[in-house]
Design a protein around this ligand. Structure first.
Ligand SMILES: O=C(O)CCC(=O)C(=O)O
Ligand SMILES: [Fe+2]
Length: 298
């Protein structure tokens, strides 16, 4: 339950608020930054459609990486990072023993393939048209997953609490098969049903059996598998999901992720232009308006 004394703390509302409270919070933020929101909504509505459409009904879209010229460089750069990484040390410092971040914030700029893909106009159009607003790039990173002893945290079904809806762009940097811990998700309608039946609070972990029982064993789970380069747009707030479950201790998984949230998200203050992680990159001369919105500079 949401304690009364924490009723206006965004991080508490994100995790413990009911759907109604979470939506009310968002509506309040929309009013506080009405001008920015109006301009972001207007811009999103007029963006040229991308070859990949993420429908509200599906809550995700998978596609070939050939659609985005930066993907092959992203895959190559992610593999070089892994080759140079000290996995044991990263594991010690990671809050998830099975999933490690390989990229440091200050180690790349706008010219890196990671940022170029995150700012690719088609990628932005897919995410913005789905969200109905030009979002803010919360982070880009490369994640290395490896087997763990027990399943915990994001290896179990959950919905991300960051926002009511959001988009994570994933690029598979290795071939991913059902054995190598694919991201596995349920469509929004099924996720919604499970949330209602369990009185779900965000970030809470659910056992497979519980989910399966509610859905009468008719789960339409989707596994994000495919050859290296396969790209996916996923709403990890509306879709229950898990990943990094391996069937063999010698396996691993390498992915690139770019995370887009709306300015109404629980994880950034309303004055996002003073806080957004990459806002300073948006001051680069000649950058277009949409990129500056994505970087949180305007
Ligand atoms: O390891 C995975 O595939 C799950 C990751 C996850 O839950 C997330 O990115 O939100
Ligand atoms: Fe997640």
């Amino acid at each position: 339950m949401l304690d009364e004394d924490k009723a206006d703390d965004p991080s508490q509302i994100a995790r413990w608020g009911s759907d109604e409270t979470r939506h009310e919070f968002r509506a309040g933020i929309e009013q506080q930054i009405a001008a920015q929101m109006a301009s972001r909504r207007e811009t999103a509505a007029h963006l040229k459609p991308s070859p990949v459409e993420m429908s509200r009904e599906a809550g995700f879209a998978f596609c070939s990486g050939d659609l985005f010229p930066e993907v092959s460089e992203v895959v190559a750069s992610a593999r070089s990072l892994l080759a140079a990484a000290n996995i044991e040390k990263l594991k010690e410092n990671s809050n998830k023993p099975f999933m490690m971040r390989l990229l440091k914030k200050k180690s790349f700029g706008l010219d890196s393939p990671f940022m170029r893909l995150a700012l690719n106009p088609d990628v932005i159009a897919t995410a913005s048209r789905y969200l109905g607003v030009v979002p803010i790039l919360q982070f880009v990173n490369v994640y290395y997953s490896a087997p763990s002893e027990d399943l915990s945290k994001s290896q179990l079904y959950h919905c991300d609490s960051d926002d009511v809806e959001q988009v994570k762009l994933w690029v598979l940097c290795d071939d991913v098969t059902p054995e190598t811990g694919p991201l596995t998700l349920l469509p929004p309608t099924e996720s919604d049903l499970v949330r209602k039946k369990t009185g779900y609070r965000y970030d809470t972990l659910l056992q497979d059996e519980e989910v399966s029982e509610i859905l009468g064993g008719r789960n339409r789970e989707q596994q994000f598998v495919g050859p290296a380069g396969t790209t996916g747009f996923i709403d990890t707030s509306r879709c229950l999901h898990f990943g990094s479950r391996f069937t063999d201790p010698s396996m691993s998984r390498l992915i690139f992720m770019a995370h887009y949230v709306t300015p109404m998200s629980f994880i950034i203050p309303p004055q996002y232009w003073e806080h957004a992680r990459y806002r300073e990159l948006g001051a680069a001369p000649g950058l277009d308006e949409v990129s500056r919105m994505i970087l949180g500079t305007i």
